[in-house]
Design a protein around this ligand. Sequence first.
Ligand code: NAP
Length: 271
Amino acid sequence: MGWPVMHSRSPLMHNYWFEQEGLAGAYVPLAIEPENLAAALHALRPLGFAGCNLTIPHKLDAMTIVDEVDEVAERIGAISCVVVRRDGTLFGTNNDWFGFIHNLRQEQPEWRADAGPVAVMGAGGGSRAVCYGLMQEGAEEIRLVNRTHSRAVAIAEEFGGPISVLPWEARHDALDDAALAVNATSQGMVGEPALDLRLDQLPPSALAADIIYTPLETPFLAAARERGNRTVNGLGMLLHQGLPAWKMWFGIEPVVTAELRDRMERSIAGQ
Ligand SMILES: NC(=O)c1ccc[n+]([C@@H]2O[C@H](COP(=O)([O-])OP(=O)(O)OC[C@H]3O[C@@H](n4cnc5c(N)ncnc54)[C@H](OP(=O)(O)O)[C@@H]3O)[C@@H](O)[C@H]2O)c1
């Protein structure tokens, strides 16, 4: 469910898994106007849905509509996945953090969250999931930088632990010594300008990750690749957040195959 939602690549991915798993069913985009979100969520059960994913602008509003929100969604502050339970009640969780971490693990198997400082640009919903995931994985130092300083401070205060906030003007210095740099802003997305970030202080051994997947290679990733850094794009985050959803909806653990990545990449490239 989203508004708008027809641009979503999620149906391609989930319907691939229906085919792979030999399960009769379908994943459909539901364009739901914000004022109809409660009615739409409550209609899931009578319509026979196992659940749904939520995207912009519903991730926050759903928190007060579902019957139970788990601790992960509470901490991240948004619901990405709703499950219709056997008794008909609605359960909300957030799988974006899982998607970010498991994509890094699949793409860069030697990656470790505690390998060194992590610089995270952005403090929106995506960044909250990234920070949560990095902390779950044992990151020891997260340097959080956001254009609007107060949003980054709010995350640091809520999450505590290894997060330190740097002013936006210091974003270039945040890369010094970093083992991982993450773009979790919307900058570099189709229709948006590139993230204004100089990479000269990023060590050659550092990994650069973006959570954006349209385009597949953002200017940030292209610049990192050109100077020899390893890069990971945001497509895998989308793919991997689907796995726990399937486990909860159907008790099935599908696989992010090379064929699935290829289909998604071709769909995005052909837009
Ligand atoms: N791969 C995935 O599965 C996945 C999951 C979630 C999100 N995403 C993608 O991640 C991106 C961010 O999503 P979101 O949900 O986190 O969005 P969001 O909550 O709206 O946050 C947007 C972030 O971008 C920053 N920003 C916006 N304009 C900027 C500018 N001109 N200069 C510097 N920073 C700017 C914002 O800073 P301020 O706080 O200063 O406004 C904020 O930190 C989107 O492209 C989204 O599609 C991908």
